[in-house]
Design a protein around this ligand. Structure first.
Ligand code: SF4
Length: 216
C-alpha cells in the first residue's frame, strides 16, 4: 500500500473499465473532449462559490447568457442552497482502511438537525445516486471529520429542478467503506487492466484508439 490518493472519478473509471483507468491515470494519455457543457458547469460552480462566500457577483451575473442566468436563479431558489453556509469548494482527504481518499465538495450547509453536502449538476445526475462513488467517498470522508449520524448528500439537478437526497446511516457507512476499500485494493493490485467493452464505449474518449491497446 503506498500513499496514492484516490478520487471518486478514479474509482468510477476503474470500476467501469480497467483499461480506461490505465490509459487515463497511469499512462496519462489525454484525449480531446466536448468542453461546452463542462464550461457551463464550471461557470455556475464558480459563481455559486463567490455567492456563498458573500462576494459581490453582480458584474459576473450580468455577463451570464440567458440560459446560465436561469440555471443560477434555480440554484439560488433551491431550499438546500438557502440553508446555513459552512464551506464551499472544500477539499477533504481521509484514510479509510489504509487507503487515502479525497474529494472537493461544492458546498457544505447545515440546519438545526442536519449537515448537507451539496453537489450541483448542470448536466445529468448519476443513474444510481446512492451508490455513486462521489456520494460514497464524500459522505465517508466527512463522516470521519464530523462523526455525525446526521449527514446527507444532496444532488441538485438544475436541468430538471429536482433534488436527490441520500442520508448516511450505519448500514450505508459499512457498505460504502467496503466498496471503497475493495475498489482501492483492486486498483492497487491490478496488473492486467482488461478492456471492458460495453455500451459505455460509445461515450469513451479513448474509443478511437482503444483497439490498438486491446491487441497489445
Ligand atoms: S472504449 Fe471501452 S474498452 Fe476501450 S477504454 Fe474505453 S471504455 Fe474501455
Amino acid at each position: 500500500m503506498d500513499n496514492q490518493i484516490f478520487y471518486p472519478s478514479m474509482l468510477k473509471c476503474f470500476s467501469e473499465c480497467p483499461l480506461k483507468y490505465k490509459l487515463k491515470y497511469i499512462d496519462n494519455l489525454s484525449m480531446p473532449q466536448n468542453t461546452s457543457s463542462a464550461q457551463k458547469g464550471k461557470k455556475i460552480h464558480a459563481l455559486a462559490n463567490f455567492y456563498l462566500k458573500g462576494q459581490d457577483i453582480s458584474k459576473l451575473e450580468n455577463a451570464l447568457n440567458y440560459e446560465e442566468k436561469a440555471i443560477f436563479e434555480k440554484l439560488k431558489q433551491n431550499a438546500y442552497f438557502q440553508k446555513e453556509y459552512i464551506q464551499s469548494e472544500y477539499n477533504l482527504t481521509a484514510k479509510i482502511n489504509g487507503y487515502w481518499i479525497s474529494g472537493r465538495l461544492d458546498a457544505l450547509m447545515k440546519d438545526a438537525e442536519n449537515y448537507y453536502i451539496l453537489d450541483y449538476k448542470t448536466g445529468s445526475v448519476p443513474k444510481n445516486p446512492e451508490y455513486d462513488f462521489q456520494t460514497m467517498l464524500y459522505l465517508i470522508i466527512l463522516n470521519k471529520y464530523l462523526n455525525k449520524s446526521n449527514l446527507n448528500f444532496i444532488y441538485i439537478d438544475l436541468k430538471n429542478d429536482k433534488n436527490y437526497e441520500i442520508k448516511l446511516n450505519d448500514k450505508l457507512t459499512s457498505e460504502y467503506e467496503k466498496i471503497i476499500t475493495d475498489t482501492c485494493r483492486n486498483i492497487s493490485e491490478c496488473s492486467t487492466h482488461t478492456a471492458n467493452k460495453d455500451k459505455r464505449c460509445e461515450f469513451c474518449e479513448y474509443q478511437k484508439i482503444c483497439d490498438y491497446f486491446v491487441d497489445l
